[in-house]
Design a protein around this ligand. Structure first.
Ligand code: ZN
Length: 177
């Protein structure tokens, strides 16, 4: 489980080089642990796996092709539908190409932290509270901890799956002192 120390603050991207293992970010003031491994919270596109990118390009080609096809049909209502299709597709493409997942999950010796970059909030769940994490529908990750169930969107499905695998295989430190 050894990995290089966290280089950037997951809340604001400030460089953490030279800072102690557990500290507060000098830029945004949020506590961090440099032993964290962070999932999500970044631009959407680089988080996608090769297959997801290929699938996305394929789907969008079909979608926008269909929009174009409707646009060249002679009836006005078809053109209207074509433009509507095109706009929806274009907005979606922009979102995937330039959007980012605001939520992230940081996994470390103390447990997991569910953070939101935009809202600058974080919820911490110690390992002793954590029952399980799982991939759930609508590209969300579900955290079952204590008597709560929290859903978060940390990015594409492959990123969620990687995060769940990492948490489930994490060598949890002994809770007893
Ligand atoms: Zn920060």
């Amino acid at each position: 489980m050894s990995q290089p120390p966290l280089e950037r603050c997951p809340f604001c991207d400030y460089s953490l080089e030279g800072l102690p293992t557990e500290h507060r970010c000098p830029e945004c003031g949020r506590p961090f642990d440099r032993r964290w491994r962070v999932f999500g919270g970044r631009r959407y596109w680089p988080l996608m796996s090769g297959w997801e990118k290929l699938r996305f390009v394929f789907d969008m080609t079909i979608w926008l092709g269909l929009a174009l096809f409707f646009c060249v049909l002679p009836l006005f209502c078809f053109r209207f539908a074509g433009v509507a299709f095109g706009v929806v597709g274009a907005v979606y493409v922009m979102q995937i190409a330039f959007g980012r997942a605001n939520e992230f999950i940081a996994v470390g010796p103390q447990g997991i932290t569910v953070g939101n970059r935009r809202l600058k909030i974080a919820r911490r769940f110690p390992w002793s509270d954590l029952h399980r994490v799982e991939v759930c529908k609508l590209d969300q990750l579900a955290v079952h901890a204590g008597d709560r169930e929290i859903h978060c969107s940390i990015g594409p499905k492959s990123q969620i799956r990687r995060c769940v695998e990492y948490i489930n295989s994490y060598d949890q430190p002994c809770q007893h002192e």
